[in-house]
Design a protein around this ligand. Structure first.
Ligand SMILES: [Fe+2]
Ligand SMILES: [Fe+2]
Length: 289
């Protein structure tokens, strides 16, 4: 992957465009209950992005100007992903409660997860911690992108599909930053590789689990990633992470999602059919702009 151009990223950054979407068609077609549940989880995760960033910024990551520049834009774009999803659900007659942000924040355990990582003082005090932070970010961006693409392939609402394409384009750029940073910091540094593996093995869970709840995450796993076709984007994401130095062992993403999907199906039965059948052909990654 080529070097990430942070200046170009900032120049091209911004809120995901909404004004030109065909909202009348969107309202007419609406979304299914399954789509609402998936979108609500994703939207809550997006609007709570700042919680992930807050504590991490106390450490070495804050001393690197490329990282602080990136994170400033990243948190803004993620917030807009959440706002865009809320708008779409509202247009489809499924508004959220006025106090949703506060309610979700109260139940969020994301801070605890991050604090657990940071409470390992030796982890926090070394600049090598940044490699773990960047690898963690790369995994989460790929996972979010895979979930949005899976939903985009399934939905019968073309306006939702278009919005998801726009969001995925930004997620790919976020991924590119985290990934190039992680690679640079892991290459030729066995200590950074060991530390990153330690952080991921001991603390990493699928993105949003602390904010959106395990029940909803299990539902998403069963809805989007339980059949062979659905698993392809996750396997691809994991193979990309496996190319990072020292992370060839990382299979937690497919393992956790698989377990969650099985758990959901065992407890609630198969998820109701919805949306279009997935194409059997391989879905290519969108190009990074
Ligand atoms: Fe996002
Ligand atoms: Fe993102």
């Amino acid at each position: 992957m080529a070097e990430f151009d942070i200046d170009r990223f900032i120049e091209l950054s911004g809120a995901v465009a909404l004004d030109d979407l065909d909202w009348a068609t969107c309202r007419k077609i609406g979304v299914t209950d399954s789509e609402e549940r998936i979108l609500r989880y994703m939207g809550d995760t997006e609007t709570h992005t700042i919680l992930y960033m807050k504590d991490l910024l106390g450490g070495h990551s804050a001393k690197d100007p490329a990282i602080t520049n990136f994170l400033s834009v990243w948190v803004f774009e993620e917030l807009w992903h959440g706002r865009a999803i809320s708008r779409l659900l509202r247009e489809c007659g499924r508004p959220e409660e006025a106090d949703r942000y506060t309610k979700v924040t109260k139940g969020a355990s994301v801070r605890e997860a991050i604090e657990m990582v940071l409470s390992q003082a030796t982890v926090y005090l070394t600049p090598r911690f940044i490699a773990g932070h960047m690898a963690w970010g790369a995994i989460n961006e790929l996972t979010a992108g895979a979930a949005y693409r899976a939903l985009e392939n399934r939905t019968e609402n073309p306006v939702l599909a278009e919005l998801l394409r726009r969001i995925v384009k930004q997620e790919r750029k976020h991924f590119a930053f985290y990934y190039t940073q992680a690679k640079k910091r892991l290459e030729g540094d066995p200590k950074a590789q060991k530390l990153t593996s330690f952080i991921l093995r001991n603390f990493w869970t699928v993105v949003g689990s602390g904010v959106g709840g395990w029940d909803n995450l299990s539902f998403i796993a069963a809805s989007l990633f339980s059949d062979e076709n659905g698993k392809i984007p996750l396997r691809e994401a994991e193979a990309t992470i496996n190319e990072l130095p020292g992370l060839e062992w990382f299979h937690l993403l497919t393992q956790q999602v698989d377990q969650l999907a099985k758990k959901h199906i065992k407890e609630h039965g198969p998820v109701p059919a919805w949306g279009k059948a997935l194409p059997t052909a391989h879905v290519p990654e969108p190009a990074i702009a």
